[in-house]
Design a protein around this ligand. Structure first.
Ligand code: AMP
Length: 403
């Protein structure tokens, strides 16, 4: 962590204006009520910390996909009351994120209130990473802090160019996230195991190629495992009964060869659950790979032998990184394998035997469905940024925080 700048590195903040780039892109219903305040709640410690250090805090964020300025559906004004509630402080909303009105409001703000500026994406310059826009943005602040890890894979103006204009640092949330992810892949206690599930190999190529070079064991499950199984000569798998991608067979073989060259053990399904229909509680049975019906049934989960094998591998490891469900977890009982492995990982974590990091896309819902989301060491709610980190890519919004 000494690699990255933290709030402590900003020195004395009394009397200074700190601009905080948060991710307040919260889900909202049609009446503009916030339906999940997690993103607001998670950045509150940073705001409080900056205030305790004597700074005046100006919060900025993107929100939704606005079609230009004045798109009230995507106005951050809708979250003011939730932010006030989470903070226990008055929040003053400014209907722009740059310009005179912002400058005047900042000049007159008191130490006991915070300012929330309007949606950054009301300006196209934000997504373009425009430096002039970034300079306008930071005009009112002395220091720049970022908690928006979930946007860190984008080199948007507020993520990179703005941070370069002022003494800058990660906020507590981003520091926590970067730290957790570093213990997962960058500096893990070994043996390190990755569990990758989900639908298709084609969407996770970069991720698999990076993992086979870094992890000691790689579990491949979910729909994407079918391509690997077919590539391994399991002839019962076909395009009718599974998500096998016939044009990816060679790619799957290459990934397995790279794994072998890097001493990475690949764990594939040993048995599967096949279902008559793609619907909850459909007629289903567990079969050996040689007994998979060629027609009339679909592979929707992995079976008990596979669960046992994966859990036994977890027992041998000290660190787990997980992305993607092991089966169609949205429909019972095809969430069984995901739940069973998640529960085992949670138990090992609680016993202090495993550091477990998970995230990306559906993984958070899959682990919530399994009832273990708060039992993992760290669950990242950052979808795209988490995946790019698993792919081994540099995240520009984190990169800029390097000392
Ligand atoms: P991804 O976004 O690639 O992580 O994929 C997540 C999706 O993969 C979930 O919606 C799961 O229902 C789906 N999935 C997992 N296993 C299977 C499977 N065996 N067959 C079809 N879909 C699957």
């Amino acid at each position: 962590m000494t690699e990255y700048k933290t709030i402590e590195d900003l020195g004395d903040l009394s009397g200074k204006v700190a601009m905080l780039r948060a991710d307040l892109n919260v889900p909202m219903d049609e009446n503009f009520n916030v339906t999940n305040t997690a993103r607001i709640d998670r950045t509150v410690p940073t705001i409080k910390n900056l205030m305790e250090k004597g700074a005046k805090v100006v919060v900025i964020s993107h929100f939704g996909r606005p079609e230009g300025k004045g798109d009230m559906k995507n106005s951050l004004s809708h979250i003011v009351k939730d932010l006030e509630k989470a903070l226990g402080k008055k929040v003053v909303f400014v209907e722009d994120c740059i310009g005179e009105v912002v400058e005047n409001t900042v000049k007159n703000m008191s130490n006991d209130e915070i300012l929330l500026l309007e949606n950054l994406r009301f300006y196209n310059e934000e997504k373009k990473g425009d430096e002039t826009f970034a300079k306008e943005l930071v005009k009112v602040c002395d220091v720049y802090v970022s908690d928006a890890f979930s946007t860190a894979h984008r080199a948007h103006a507020s993520m990179v160019a703005a941070a370069k204009q002022r003494p800058s640092s990660m906020g507590l949330l981003m520091a926590e996230e970067v730290n957790a992810l570093s213990t997962g892949l960058n500096n893990p206690v070994r043996p390190l195991i990755a569990v990758v599930g989900g639908s298709k190999v084609s969407t996770k190529l970069d991720l698999l190629n990076n993992l086979v070079k870094k992890v000691d064991k790689l579990v491949i499950s979910g729909g994407m495992a079918h391509t690997f199984m077919k590539a391994n000569g399991i002839d019962t798998i076909n395009e009718e009964n599974s998500l096998v991608q016939m044009d990816m067979l060679d790619t799957a073989k290459e990934i397995m060869a790279t794994a072998k060259a890097n001493n990475c053990e690949i764990i594939l399904p040993k048995d599967v659950v096949v279902s008559k229909e793609f619907k909850p509680m459909a007629e289903h049975k567990t079969v050996e790979l040689s007994d998979i019906p060629q027609t009339g049934w679909s592979l929707l989960d992995v079976g008990a032998k596979t669960i046992e094998a994966i859990n036994a591998k977890l027992d041998e490891c000290k660190t787990l990184v997980w992305n993607g469900p092991l089966g169609v977890f949205e429909m019972k009982p095809f969430d069984k394998a995901t739940n069973a492995v998640a529960e085992h990982a949670a138990k090992l974590t609680e016993e202090g035997k495993l550091t477990s990091v998970a995230g990306g896309g559906d993984t958070v819902s899959a682990l919530e469905n399994a009832g273990v989301a708060n039992k993992f060491t760290y669950i990242s709610t950052a979808g795209g940024a988490f995946l790019e980190w698993m792919e081994g890519k540099e995240l520009p919004g984190v990169q800029v925080m390097k000392k």
